[in-house]
Design a protein. Structure first.
Length: 263
């Protein structure tokens, strides 16, 4: 069983490592079995720690070099720079609280996000050696977190959007992601073209998070050939992925990350 899966369009870049973990290869039990990588969902602390040790050995780094925020389904974006590593443990936790996207130019540091149905996005701009990650659930997608991450990278590093690559990892597929009228109304308030991203079947409403994020990315100026959706469904592939929609909120989380290798 595979510990993680990777993207085709990022594979040629030998200067980075990237991954989307599966639920295989860890030590957790029950709804966290077995490779849960979130300390915030009720799993035993020791099991989460051991799972991070397994991942860090695979990546050839220390567990303290795997950085992930406490996500809140919003659009806060933070940079991980040298000053972050001068903070105390409590200060780091405060810095990462309420954050749904990270970016960095530091080598040897994994930036990552946890998901169990939401869309994990990995970004890479090879020209400036900048990496980023974003957590795009329906709220973040609706608020345009993909576009805001691109805007941040372009503004800070003087990038062209055409030079950025983005991969969307395992997440809930449009054929099974049933939502309520309230979700439709939120997208409508944010001026989305509803017919592009919602469908109806048997009186039920389904949201296409993959399409919505593609629309955001293309609207930000990315080239279609630089965007990859793995199109792996967390809800239907129960043997490979955690799904909060399928299992309930107290279940494991996958970790999706990217790292610039040390020179």
């Amino acid at each position: 069983m595979r510990l993680f899966i990777q993207s085709e369009i990022l594979q040629p870049f030998e200067e980075i490592t990237h991954f989307f973990t599966t639920r295989h290869g860890g030590v957790s039990g029950g709804e966290y079995a077995s490779f849960n990588l979130s300390p915030y969902v009720g799993d035993e602390e020791e099991n989460v720690h051991r799972n991070f040790e397994i991942l860090s050995r695979q990546l050839g780094i220390g567990t303290s070099d795997i950085i992930f925020p406490y996500q809140v389904h919003d659009c806060e974006i933070r940079e991980i720079d040298r000053s972050f590593f001068g903070l105390s443990h409590e200060q780091r936790q405060h810095f990462l609280n309420g954050v749904d996207a990270l970016f960095t130019q530091l080598p040897g540091v994994v930036i990552s996000i946890t998901t169990a149905d939401c869309v994990p996005l990995l970004f890479y701009a090879p020209e400036k050696k900048v990496i980023a990650v974003a957590h795009a659930g329906w709220r973040g997608t609706c608020a345009g977190i993909a576009a805001k991450t691109i805007e941040t990278l372009v503004g800070k590093f003087d990038l062209s959007p055409e030079d950025i690559f983005v991969v969307a990892g395992p997440s809930i597929s449009p054929s099974v992601y049933e939502v309520g009228r309230d979700v439709v109304e939120e997208f409508q308030k944010n001026d989305w073209n509803l017919s592009d991203i919602f469908s109806q079947n048997d009186g039920k409403i389904f949201l296409n998070l993959w399409k919505a994020n593609e629309i955001s990315l293309l609207g930000s100026g990315l080239q279609k050939n630089n965007i990859e959706f793995l199109c792996r469904c967390t809800f239907t592939e129960s043997e490979n992925f955690f799904s909060a929609r399928r299992q309930g909120i107290l279940c494991g989380r996958m970790l999706s990350g990217i790292m610039l290798k040390q020179a």
